[in-house]
Design a protein around this ligand. Structure first.
Ligand code: WTA
Length: 633
């Protein structure tokens, strides 16, 4: 499975295009355990879409992530957990220990009425129990829906109701940096509107007082006393859903991206091993939260399927100071560090004094994910963290793609700062113009599409297959459209330029402008709003909201704060606008469409050339907004 040099990469890529089915069948057969072999490698069309890999194959992903490693190397660490507070002990779970804990918690789920195919919402901080809970769901064939701990009660409720979850797994509270965060309280608020939830399982982290409703709420620690750790893995079909993960699109509420057992397993393991050139014994530290796809694929499933050592960190990069990541690298002798440009840029801002004196000599490979990495950050990372001795792989992918699609293979394929570089084997990228016509050659740019399925392609959006079709497969016939724009150089390297739709990427978090607008519009007195992104030094993109209020006589500073409170309440603190500009009107076309292009330019401070504004209903409004924006600067 491991590609060892550039020639092998080229051969693998070639083979994967000539004979995708043969290529993936060989990888799937030789590197994983199946309970029953598949009858057909691939069945697909992008029209419906219908994408099925390893059709008829039976497996359980946890047998691949746990059982086989328990047989081979029971005492090797599987997960190393580093707590928020450096004074607290870290925890190491060997494959044997992780296996036992997953199995006994799987029995707790069963004991609480959770069955194969049921949906389970997981709302937890980054503690080992989060990884255990996801794997326990997979063990019994329940479909997990992990909701990032920064989302509000109303976001949790939307997600629970969309997929009709029967149970929630959470903790009493959480600690992040010097903040103490309620978890169970937030779940309680969410559950007021969630009739399908019958059980709430609460693990202890902070032992803050929480309400525990008789018959519904149980303590994790108490429940495990009633079960043993003998839990045979449920036999799953390759195409049975493994999990749902909600993500923002350009319209409406977040959609539940569905990944299935077989293809997702094969693809995350294959990409983990090759991109990071994982060798046995290496310690891999992915700084993402398991609440996002990066955590699912490269903290839990990919690494564990490869029998790797995966480090998970509860805290934030700046607590107790901006040297925390480097301290963790030194303490645990981390070999692979996989983080986000926003973290690099923020740590860059603190200067190198927090890096100096830390022993980073264990590092071999550095990774970046989530948003375009600018050259300055790339070089800082390479020089100060990698000591010019570690390849920096810029990995491009999406929740919908399950795993990395474009990236260098560390030390194997050439690097080009700020370029994600080459597609991985099995990934057939192309660029198209607005009409869907392929743009060929080098030194070109266009919309990034894919013409052939890879094993971890999104299968559907939960409960609404049509939405999956219109979102990803309808823009251009027979192509998967990523929503990103990209450039391609003369060597076939790709550089992602960012979203071409109304999705923002704020500190690597995907947020739909429509979602933020809906939340702002829920605020009393707000008539209308328009949200756009603008370049932000650390976050990559900031959120800029233009808001029309009913009366301008109010205290606008207070209204601004109130609106932020409403957005926090409706979506979560991560969606709070960085800037709010009160306006009396928005630039609209005669048909009533908001001209976002103009609003974007004003937010970016590029007011000199706003383009043609003559088709606007009221061109004067642009002048007013421009002047208002200048005053805010
Ligand atoms: C962006 C995160 C540039 C992109 C794994 C994509 C990137 C969206 C990169 C998906 C990268 C992710 N370079 N842009 N290396 N990685 N993106 O679903 O716009 O949270 O469409 O998945 O993040 O975000 P998501």
């Amino acid at each position: 499975m491991l590609i060892q040099n550039y020639e092998e990469y080229q051969k693998a890529y070639e083979a994967s295009v000539q004979d995708p089915e043969g290529f993936w069948a060989e990888i799937a057969a030789n590197n994983f355990e199946w309970k029953k072999p598949w009858t057909k490698v691939l069945d697909w069309n992008f029209k419906e879409p219908k994408i099925q890999w390893f059709v008829g194959g039976k497996l359980n992903i946890t047998e691949n992530c746990l059982d086989r490693h328990v047989r081979d190397k029971p005492h090797q660490p599987a997960i190393i957990w580093e707590p928020n507070d450096p004074g607290e002990d870290s925890i190491t779970l060997t494959y044997r220990q992780l296996f036992d804990r997953v199995c006994s918690f799987a029995n707790v789920l069963k004991r609480n009425g959770v069955k194969k195919g049921d949906r389970v919402c997981i709302y937890m901080p980054m503690i080992p129990e989060l990884a255990i809970a996801t794997l326990a769901c997979a063990r019994i064939g329940a479909i997990h829906s992990v909701v990032f701990g920064g989302f509000s009660a109303s976001s949790i409720a939307d997600r629970i109701n969309d997929s009709q979850c029967v149970a929630v797994i959470t903790t009493d509270g959480a600690v992040r940096g010097n903040k103490s965060i309620p978890m169970k309280d937030t779940v309680d608020d969410a559950l007021i509107g969630c009739p399908t939830v019958k059980k709430v399982i609460v693990a202890t982290r902070t032992r803050t007082p929480v309400s525990m409703i008789k018959g519904r709420d149980v303590w994790w620690e108490e429940e495990v006393k009633f079960v043993n750790s003998d839990c045979p893995a449920e036999e799953m079909d390759s195409e049975d859903p493994l999990f749902i993960l909600y993500t923002s699109g350009s319209t409406g509420k977040p959609k539940g991206v569905v990944h299935t057992c077989g293809g997702y397993m094969v693809y995350t393991a294959y990409t983990f091993m090759n991109v990071f050139q994982y060798k046995p014994g290496m310690i891999h530290f992915c700084t993402a939260d398991i609440g996002w796809i990066t955590g699912h694929s490269y903290i839990v499933y990919g690494p564990l399927a490869c029998g790797a050592i995966s480090l998970m960190f509860e805290g934030v990069p700046t607590y107790p100071d901006a040297g925390r990541f480097w301290e963790i690298v030194e303490k645990h002798r981390v070999n692979i560090l996989y983080t986000a440009p926003t973290a690099i840029r923020s740590l860059m801002g603190f200067g190198t004094e927090y890096v100096e004196g830390k022993d980073l000599s264990s590092l071999k490979i550095l990774g970046s994910v989530g948003e375009p990495i600018n050259e300055e950050a790339w070089h800082w990372y390479s020089k100060n963290i990698g000591k010019d001795n570690c390849p920096v792989v810029d990995t491009w992918w999406q929740t919908e793609t399950g795993g990395i699609l474009i990236s260098a293979l560390a030390g194997i394929t050439p690097l080009k700062p700020a370029w994600a570089s080459l597609p991985l084997p099995g990934v057939q990228m192309l660029l198209v113009d607005e009409n869907g016509k392929e743009i060929t050659g080098g030194n070109v740019s266009g919309n990034l599409c894919i013409k052939f399925p890879w094993p971890a392609t999104i299968r559907t959006t939960w409960g609404d297959h049509e939405r999956c079709r219109t979102n990803y497969f309808a823009a251009y016939p027979n192509l998967y459209f990523t929503g990103d724009g990209a450039m391609r150089d003369e060597n076939g390297f790709y550089r992602i330029t960012g979203r071409v739709d109304d999705v923002l990427n704020v500190s690597g978090h995907r947020i739909g402008t429509a979602e933020v607008e809906n939340a702002i519009n829920m605020h009393t007195g707000v008539v209308e709003s328009a949200v756009v992104g603008y370049p932000h030094d650390i976050k990559g993109q900031g959120i800029y909201a233009y808001v029309i209020c009913e009366s301008h006589a109010n205290d606008l500073e207070l209204t601004r704060k109130d609106i932020l409170a409403t957005v926090s309440r409706v979506i979560g603190p991560i969606a709070k606008p960085d800037k709010i500009q009160f306006v009396s009107g928005l630039p609209k076309t005669r048909s009533g469409k908001i001209m976002r292009r103009i609003l974007r330019k004003i937010a970016e401070g590029e007011t000199a050339n706003l383009g043609d504004t003559s088709t606007l209903l009221d061109p004067n409004v642009v002048e007013e907004i421009k002047n208002g924006a200048q005053q805010m600067r």
